[in-house]
Design a binder for this molecule. Sequence first.
Ligand code: BES
Ligand code: ZN
Length: 456
Amino acid sequence: MTDFSALDRFLQNNRQSHLDELFELLRIASISADSTKGAEMAQAANWVEAKLASGGLKTKQIHGDGPPLVYAESAPVPGKPVVLIYGHYDVQPVDPLHLWDSPPFEPVLKDGNIVARGSTDDKGQMLTHVQSVLAWHQCGQKLPLQVKFLIEGQEENGSEVLEAKLAEITEQIACDVIVISDSSQYAKGQPAITYGLRGIAYYELRVHGPKADLHSGSFGGAVTNPALALARILTEMKTADGKIQLPGFYDSVVELVPSEREMWASMNFSDEVFAKQLGVDALTGEAGYTTLERRWARPTFDVHGLLGGYQGEGGKTIIPSWAAAKISFRLVPNQDPKTVSKQLQEFVHSHTPPGVRVEIVDLHGGRGVMVNPNSKFMRGAMQAVHEGFDAMPVLIREGGSIPIVAQMVEATKADVLLLGWGLDDDGAHSPNEKFCLEDYYRGIRASSRLWHYLAE
Ligand code: BES
Ligand code: ZN
């Protein structure tokens, strides 16, 4: 018999230490995109491993060419499902630093929120599961099923180590269901279970022109300007009404089904409130689709950064010798990033003007994820979230990507539960990232119930 009251008492009595521990992890600047942060990546991995080991789990680190994977497992429980908890200890870069109200790696509590880089994405959310497993252990209760943890350090930057090691560790991570908290609730006070994530295909596009910057007076008008050529290629990639122009891009897109569209239409989503939240005066996107449909279930194309040419103060009249853009396509089932790469090659080469050369660097990608909303684990997850958050979760899809999940599902054949504790306005990847303190505690509580209900 599970003694929920002992668990609840324990969680109540340990609110402060649970917060202190999250703060400890948040103080480590584990930015996976920053190659100078090797020591911080190791420090974060060691911290997570030590925490899991303190709860009686068998742990180890798996080393490859990059930040280590942290693996841990509790004792097997014959006849019961095996759960794999996936999460990440790496975080996004912090720039622009001057827009932070407090230093990103000095966590503070502000207006009921934990403010720090990684608070919601994903250290805070990931740690809820670590704390709940430790709580069972510390209350002297035997976990009703085996849990395994796989916490990586490159989710935000291509998951290279995990991808390279996946075949080798497939047996070790064998499981019936993968639990991931690295997404969001539908709204404040309205928890959700996510049944779909978009995939992604990420590239750097480099346009090379003259061998050196040229005086634009002497040479302008006579050569192709790489920045302008790049701009033209980028704008031709998507029409004004949001249709992507790569040949064959929509061929494998799984269309929304009417019941899904009806369900989302009834979700009380306000374009007006949303636009206001983002500080824009209009929402735009693919013609024929609502905002939720565009964000959750339609592919798109975006530019993340532009490089090249003169960036300093005042004016400088040059034709830059090169220009580049960081770009990505968000993908939906059943699009494949590899196919998109081929389509992008074809499109770019047929749209490159004479006088410049374009290079496409394939950074990383992953397919989208669709969860079976009728899996045998869904009901238990609903119940656990309900008890943790004091509200019945709704089913949603989300637009973000956890690129390695599709491959993990393929390798393990397991079901997936995407239990997001964050909020849309947490500022993930932005300055002043936050995670609601109470949602941290609710997440731990929901997680503590989850092991019980998944074992039933
Ligand atoms: N936690 C996010 C994924 C996410 C975001 C899920 C929003 C649901 C809603 C994850 O850490 C992330 O940001 N992933 C990146 C992957 C990319 C860097 C390859 C993303 O989606 O941009
Ligand atoms: Zn994340």
